[in-house]
Design a protein around this ligand. Structure first.
Ligand code: SPD
Length: 313
């Protein structure tokens, strides 16, 4: 096969070879046949924890990147889209949240966002992998700043086991900031986990879980929606947002409430103060009330699958 050359000869169009040393490509059976790539300037950290491979690299265009088992978890440039949406979609939908649990979230970004609410007096985080916390504190200060809030209590352990031990009706909101359902996060996508979540929430409490991509994972989403509509007796909705460095450039969220005071996720009732009462945090970059409502508009192909099982107030 003729070698493809990136150098232009005699004014011919330039072709780039598709496999280039110095690039990170995200390859996984969860998105077969495609891989998003980022140019690597320097690998800053690479180690195997008790649970997974942990890597941090400096990219040319997205700042530092955190990768777990070969899958991008966050980049400095676009983490705002994910962390703000997964947090403010649920917390913007209920008045005066007080107790919040984050499952996963070992980088601290979700707790950074939860910290913006002055009504909250307790933020529990249950992350399985201490190395993720340590690496985030070392390389991602603007994200791990979320651990500095005195209301935060960090538990290192398995989220499934943690939730089973939580007394009934403890939390106003639970946010499940997980990696994909291959590896340590698998249990966080299964029915027994959602049953524990429902039990740990107060009446009219809310959950928001990372719920993959409408372009790639409709089969997973369909299962999650079916399980959730059996378990959660309040509202059950799917929302989504753009995150350029996640597979297919989008990611979704499952938002559910338990039986009790009705929750209308599509119309936020608890607008957050963008200035934030917490001095160490920056102004919002992505979330707004408009983005909140827009996140629930689904393309027709997804609506057809999700809507028959979803529940509105
Ligand atoms: N496909 C990757 C999905 C990762 C979602 N979790 C990211 C953690 C950021 N706090």
């Amino acid at each position: 096969m003729e070698e493809i050359n990136s150098e232009s000869k005699k004014g011919e169009p330039e072709y780039m070879p598709s496999v280039i040393p110095g690039w990170f490509s995200e390859i996984s059976p969860m998105w077969p046949g495609e891989a998003h790539s980022l140019k690597v300037e320097k690998i800053l950290f690479q180690e195997k924890s008790e649970h997974q491979n942990v890597m941090v690299f400096q990219s040319l265009t997205y700042g530092k990147v955190l990768v777990l088992d070969g899958v991008i978890q966050l980049t400095e440039r676009d983490e705002c889209a994910y962390q703000e949406m997964i947090t403010h979609l649920p917390l913007g939908s209920i008045p005066n949240p007080k107790k919040v649990l984050v499952i996963g979230g070992g980088d601290g970004g979700v707790s950074r966002e939860v910290s913006r609410y002055s009504s909250i007096d307790q933020i529990d985080i249950c992350e399985i992998d201490k190395m993720v916390v340590d690496v985030s504190k070392q390389f991602f200060h603007q994200v791990a700043v979320g651990f500095e809030d005195p209301r935060v209590k960090l538990h290192i352990g398995d989220g499934v086991a943690f939730l089973k031990a939580v007394p009934e009706g403890t939390y106003d909101a639970i946010i499940v900031d997980s990696s994909d359902p291959i590896g340590p996060a698998q249990g966080l996508f299964e029915k027994p986990f959602f049953e524990s979540v429902a039990k740990a929430l107060r009446p009219g409490g809310v959950v928001c879980t990372q719920a993959e991509s409408i372009w790639l994972h409709m089969h997973i989403i369909e299962d999650i929606v079916a399980n959730c509509s059996q378990i959660f007796k309040g509202s059950v909705n799917y929302a989504w947002t753009t995150v350029p460095t996640y597979p297919s450039g989008v990611i979704g969220f499952m938002l559910c409430s338990t039986e009790g005071p009705p929750v209308d996720f599509k119309h936020p009732v608890n607008p957050i103060d963008a200035r934030c009462h917490c001095k160490s945090s920056r102004p919002l970059k992505f979330y707004s009330s408009e983005m909140h409502s827009a996140a629930f508009c689904l393309p027709s192909f997804a609506k057809k699958v999700i809507d028959p099982k979803a529940k509105q107030v």
